[in-house]
Ligand binder design. Structure first.
Ligand SMILES: Cc1cc2nc3c(=O)[nH]c(=O)nc-3n(C[C@H](O)[C@H](O)[C@H](O)COP(=O)(O)OP(=O)(O)OC[C@H]3O[C@@H](n4cnc5c(N)ncnc54)[C@H](O)[C@@H]3O)c2cc1C
Length: 321
């Protein structure tokens, strides 16, 4: 059994479910599982952590922590690690997690494995698996030495059990000295999309260069909206200006691992596969039966996306009705 500290990511007062995957996995392995929430007025978020299995919830609260800043959050997490002395520290491999944990690892002289897709707890240590060479191989990593063992885990990799909604938590406060910070977030300008982010969504519908224009992406958006999915894109589509870079899936975009990934008119270049090959179920729609995407697809539709995608949207809408 290990003492595990899970950094629970929150934005705008909402916990990210990818953090709950980590709490649940740690608790299921019988570990002493601590959750750490950092932000401003975040005590109300503690109950959810308990409902996914956290034995103890800690909060670091300060107006200076309202918006994420690497410097301030790293100071908060480092202080919590020094005060709680966990053997293992986990965070989701989200833009925040992959920004934060390397800094914390350096500050506490810990060992860090990033972008893990599985965790194996053993005594006070863990072994992790992580994709390497753009997902063409898996590396199994063991931690040696006595330092804190840290890992960021790709969202949707571990699965999310049902929460026990009867549970509540008494959050314990950790005081952090935030004086002398060198940076301050002045403003966050949000994108105007109401759809989920590709890294968090359970379903992602992506389009490629074959969409031919930004306007044509409307059929991808309609399909996505019919199933509550996020919209993704290949780099070719992003480079052509059809979608913003935040939607790009792949080696130089975002890495996703949804339950369902629908690739519409995407060839399946290795750099695209690097960002989505760990999806649980892959559906590919492509006019070319030899397209490489079909080699990793669970279901393939050889056809014109301009016919297939609207037809799928209609069927999903009917199912919902
Ligand atoms: C260093 C580096 C990093 C990169 N990073 C990324 C990355 O992060 N993400 C990424 O995606 N790419 C990345 N790329 C680019 C990658 O190599 C490919 O060029 C890109 O993924 C191709 O995008 P695509 O599949 O949309 O376009 P294409 O390769 O042009 O494929 C279009 C596909 O659509 C099919 N098609 C055409 N018309 C239709 C139709 N009407 N209906 C159905 N199917 C149709 C075609 O048969 C074809 O398979 C990177 C490249 C490099 C060198």
């Amino acid at each position: 059994m290990a003492k595990v500290l899970v950094f629970v990511e929150q934005r705008d007062g909402k916990n990210k479910k990818s953090s709950f995957e980590l709490i649940a996995a740690s608790a299921a392995a019988g570990n002493e599982t601590h959750a750490l929430i950092v932000g401003d007025s975040v005590t109300a978020l503690a109950n959810e952590c308990a409902q996914y299995g956290a034995n103890k919830v800690h909060v670091v609260q300060d107006a200076a922590l309202k918006n994420y800043s690497a410097e301030a959050y790293a100071r908060a997490v480092t202080t919590a690690i020094k005060s709680l002395s966990p053997e293992i520290v986990l965070a989701a491999h989200t833009p925040m997690g992959k920004d934060l944990l390397p800094i914390v690892a350096a500050q506490v002289d810990g060992a860090l494995a990033t972008d893990c897709t599985s965790l194996q707890f053993s005594g006070s240590s863990i072994a992790v698996k992580r994709p390497v060479y753009s997902g063409k191989a898996m590396a199994e990593v063991e931690f040696v030495g006595s330092g804190v063992k840290m890992a960021t885990v790709r969202p949707n990799s571990l699965g999310l059990p049902k929460p026990d909604t009867s549970k509540t938590a008494d959050a314990a406060s950790i005081t952090v000295d935030l004086s002398g910070l060198k940076t301050k977030i002045l403003e966050i300008v949000k994108g105007n999309s109401a759809r989920p982010d590709v890294t968090e969504a359970g379903i992602v519908v992506s389009g490629g260069r074959s969409l031919k224009s930004a306007e044509n992406f409307k059929i991808i958006e309609d399909l996505a909206d019919s199933v509550g999915a996020a919209v993704g894109a290949s780099r070719a589509a992003v480079d052509a200006g059809y979608r913003p870079h935040r939607d790009q899936v792949g080696q130089t975009g975002k890495v996703v691992s949804p339950t369902l990934y629908i690739a519409c008119g995407i060839s399946g270049a290795i750099q695209h596969l690097a960002g989505m090959r760990t999806s649980k179920c892959i559906v590919a729609i492509n006019t070319d039966p030899q397209a490489p995407i079909f080699q990793i697809a669970d279901y393939g539709i050889v056809g014109d996306l301009f016919q297939v995608v609207p037809a799928l949207t209609n069927e999903f809408k009917k199912l919902k009705e």
